[in-house]
Design a protein around this ligand. Structure first.
Ligand code: ASP
Length: 246
């Protein structure tokens, strides 16, 4: 349910969010971008080719087209069909996500190169059936993604509103700066989310972190969050630790 074939907003528009950050703290971001297949590549262009960090909506779209990205028709017909069916059965103003099926399919990626330099990216179509114009944590530097090449890189998935509320990925990095391991930092950020929300119903959030030495950690509010690890010698899918079962 992520990307151009992902779930649309309440009015049937698929709007994409993405950001990217490198080891020199260069960053680029797009939000509420419609009709462009790879928003992360547009975010990369924002970083490389403009003096700005974030472009949104029609401005982001115009920029993408001016860079040579092709407009693609969206939503695709399968998405449209599913949305119509959903609309028929749901008259709510917005849809509260249910854990593990609709609210954490964001792609977050953290990388450490052979020279010890860190970078990261985050991309999503966001909360399915969100209010039109809603932007989550994923394109927000410091919330969905943060990289500080002296310390580490972190990214988030899940309910963006909760991640933004604690500046999630930046918080993870600042905890690591204070001496927390990546695992401890992800756990502390999750407990901060838990302590700031009285009602955890449907509130899945997961953090992933990597330090300069290649140590990594991941943790989520509820079970069901996993991540892929790729090193020179191995590739594996790892289940993250969690605070509670849903
Ligand atoms: N974090 C994303 C958002 O709130 C959603 C997700 O991770 O699936 O937009």
């Amino acid at each position: 349910s992520v990307g151009i074939g992902g779930r649309p907003d309440l009015s049937g528009h698929v709007t994409l969010d993405a950001c990217i950050m490198d080891s020199n703290s260069n960053c680029g971001s797009v939000a509420c971008l419609e009709g462009i297949k790879h928003p992360i590549s547009v975010a990369r262009r924002v970083m490389d080719q403009t003096p700005h960090v974030m472009l949104v909506g029609q401005g982001a779209k115009d920029f993408a087209l001016s860079c040579g990205f092709k407009h693609v028709k969206s939503p695709i017909k399968e998405v449209k069909k599913e949305w119509r069916e959903w609309k028929r059965g749901n008259k709510e103003k917005f849809k509260k996500p249910t854990i593990n099926s609709e609210n954490h399919d964001t792609i977050g990626m953290l990388a450490l190169d052979a020279n010890g330099n860190l970078s990261g990216a985050c991309t999503t179509s966001g909360w399915g059936y969100k209010l039109p114009g809603r932007v989550g944590d994923s394109p927000i530097i410091g919330a969905g993604l943060f990289v500080d090449n002296e310390i580490g890189a972190a990214c988030a998935t899940g309910m963006g509103e909760a991640v933004i509320r604690i500046s999630g990925s930046h918080t993870v990095i600042e905890l690591m700066r204070q001496g927390y391991t990546p695992q401890e930092a992800c756990e502390e950020a999750v407990s901060r989310i838990i302590s700031k929300h009285k009602n955890l119903d449907g509130l899945q959030v997961g953090f992933l972190a990597l330090d300069k030495k290649g140590n990594y950690g991941a943790y989520s509010v509820f079970n069901g969050f996993n991540f892929a690890l790729k090193t020179v010698n191995k590739s594996s899918l790892i289940d993250a630790g969690y605070n509670r079962r849903w």
